[in-house]
Ligand binder design. Structure first.
Ligand code: ADP
Length: 363
């Protein structure tokens, strides 16, 4: 089975009753404001929900329909796809949807119209592709080191597949790198193969801003929707200890996201924020057409030179969108009303239906 073609999706979309579109997603990640925003824009909503995980959707009353599944990954099963199509569903992807359905199945088997660009999801998941998107238009990212012997300043060492940064470490010289690797090997945290694949990059000692954009394919405009910063365990717990205790407990930090808080940037940084958003959208149009249609996020650190340095991107709705379910400082400036990312997506779909341009926003 090959990759799903846009033509196949358009044929399904042609059979849909455009007056009865349902906005659907997997019940997880950023689904609350997606469903709530879709309702605010007048759509029917459906949540595909793992049994036993439906409490938030029922308690907040965001979904008209519930499709219950045994496991999250079942969302890509054929019978669930049929149910979704029978409801004229457009599925909104998010981080959990991608993780559970899996990139291969989304690209090859999930024959339900989705919002955005199906092909770009792989580009954020693979570090080399992600880097290509960033370097295409010279976006500032942490300097990469090809070999530990080159380490000449504080670096962060990341291991492939180390979700939540478990086992990431900081080193400032080749000797310190070797010493830390030896101690990790002794604890069986890494093996020789992991060490060969370690990604070494400049440690940016700055403040975290995750900048949420929406690219409207209908208006060809990049909108700044909101900014969040992350709460990560155990690092945010460790830094609350007095330095003396930190040394004594010898904890190795991890970066598991447990929550997010809304932030604003100093105003003089906003030109850089818009600039990197525009550059990424341009790069995506060139490298993975039609580009970054819909929500995306640039995870940045801002150093004391006031450089906005991008260490990761999300090419779909990012968890930090949950900080502005009723609008952010920035989405208020643009819309003058409580505009969440979910509502913005629904509005784009609504306008596309009115203009007969659904093909521009669907994949
Ligand atoms: P994961 O995708 O496994 O969560 P990330 O690459 O997002 O890993 O990094 C996890 C955390 O590590 C970030 O949220 C940030 O706090 C920190 N971090 C990542 N890269 C750097 C860097 N170059 N310099 C300083 N801190 C970093």
């Amino acid at each position: 089975m090959g990759k799903i073609k846009k033509q196949d999706i358009l044929e399904i979309l042609n059979k849909y009753d455009k007056d009865e579109i349902t906005i659907a997603t997997l019940g997880s990640h950023t689904s609350l404001h997606m469903l709530n925003g879709a309702k605010e824009e007048g759509f029917n909503t459906a949540v595909v929900c793992q049994k036993g995980r439906d409490t938030p959707y029922r308690r907040f009353g965001v979904a008209d329909e519930y499709i219950m599944i045994d496991e999250y990954k079942d969302i890509a099963n054929e019978d669930i796809q049929e149910k979704l199509k029978n409801m004229n569903s457009i599925v909104i992807p998010h981080g959990s949807f991608v993780a559970y359905a899996g990139l291969d199945r989304i690209e090859d088997e999930f024959l339900v119209p989705m919002f955005g660009n199906r092909d770009i999801l792989r580009w954020e998941a693979e570090r080399t592709l992600e880097r290509q998107l960033l370097v295409e238009n010279d976006i500032r990212l942490p300097i990469k080191y090809n070999d530990p012997s080159e380490i000449d300043r504080a670096v962060m060492v990341k291991f492939p597949g180390a979700r939540g940064g478990r086992g990431f470490f900081v080193a400032s010289s080749p000797e310190e790198f070797d010493k830390k690797i030896e101690s990790m090997k002794a604890r069986n945290w890494v093996d020789e193969e992991d060490v060969g694949m370690a990604h070494i990059e400049e440690y940016v000692s700055g403040c975290n801003y995750c900048i949420h954009f929406f690219y409207s394919a209908l208006n060809d405009e990049v909108e700044l929707m909101g900014i969040d910063s992350r709460y990560e365990s155990s690092i945010d717990g460790i830094v609350r200890m007095p330095a003396q205790d930190q040394l004594e407990v010898d904890l190795s930090p991890s970066y598991v996201i447990t929550g997010n808080h809304p932030v604003v940037m100093r105003e003089s940084l906003l030109p850089q924020a818009f600039d990197i958003g525009d550059k990424l959208v341009d790069a995506a149009k060139k490298l993975v057409a039609p580009g970054l249609n819909g929500p995306f996020c640039m995870q940045t650190l801002v150093n004391d030179n006031l450089e906005v340095i991008v260490f990761e991107i999300s090419a779909r709705s990012d968890g930090g969108n949950n900080t502005f379910m009723n609008g952010s400082a920035y989405s208020y400036l643009k819309y003058g009303e409580g505009m969440s990312m979910g509502r913005r997506i629904a509005r784009e779909i609504k306008i596309a239906i009115e203009k007969g341009e659904l093909d521009k926003v669907i994949t």
